[in-house]
Design a binder for this molecule. Structure first.
Ligand SMILES: [Mg+2]
Length: 209
């Protein structure tokens, strides 16, 4: 058995949805218009995230990275990584958020994850420009394409919101919190609810004995 864990970042590894707070702060008008449409699924993530990130002046990027230092990691994340290490189970971070922010928040923990796939923010123009090697199928980061890239049929998704929905619908097992629970409940999809990574670890320990 060699499963892979694919874990969202904003609102999953971080306590708050740090991507949403970033766009609300640095592109408030566009975020106010676009976010409700993303949440009710009337606007694709690909289109919505482009609109929000392209409204952020490149000059704000250092401030965005500086704020990352204030973001808190959800309790139990290191304990989950310890547990997965003991079992040789890799964890891959798959995020529709900003790669630089993910890396800044994880800091030394970057060495302990198998990979980080998120949105690269280009800042050579007046406004930011998002770029992702896995952009497509209506998503800025097509999580299912990332997962297929790893080619492991036995995988688990951990997530919290709309960016996780398509992958969650295809996942053999899902740990969900916040909005993702609502989307899955509406569709009759079962999931493991969680609030801390300690709960995820304990549940995996139970499943893997
Ligand atoms: Mg999230």
């Amino acid at each position: 058995m060699s499963p892979i864990i694919f874990c969202d970042f904003d609102g999953t590894i971080t306590l708050e949805d740090t991507f949403i707070s970033t766009v609300e702060r640095f592109a408030p008008d566009v975020a106010r218009r676009v976010l409700p449409q993303i949440y009710d699924l009337s606007l694709s993530l690909q289109e919505g995230v482009h609109q929000m990130l392209e409204a952020i002046p490149s000059a704000d990027y250092p401030e965005i990275l500086k704020l990352a230092a204030t973001y808190q990691i959800r309790p139990g994340f290191v304990e989950l990584l310890d547990f997965l290490d003991e079992r040789d189970v890799p964890l891959v971070v798959v995020s529709g958020g900003i790669q630089g922010v993910v890396e800044a928040v994880l800091g030394e923990l970057r060495q302990r994850v198998q990979g980080i796939h998120a949105v690269q923010l280009q800042t050579h123009g007046t406004y930011c420009s998002p770029d992702s090697e896995f952009e497509g199928a209506g998503e800025m980061v097509n999580k299912l394409a990332v997962i297929e890239h790893y080619g492991e049929p036995d995988w688990i998704l951990i997530g919290d919101s709309v960016t996780d929905l398509k992958a969650a619908l295809a996942a053999p097992r899902v740990f969900a919190r916040d909005r993702l629970c609502g989307y899955l409940t509406q569709r009759g999809v079962t999931y493991e609810p969680f609030e801390t990574f300690t709960q995820v670890r304990d549940r995996l320990a139970q499943l893997w004995t």
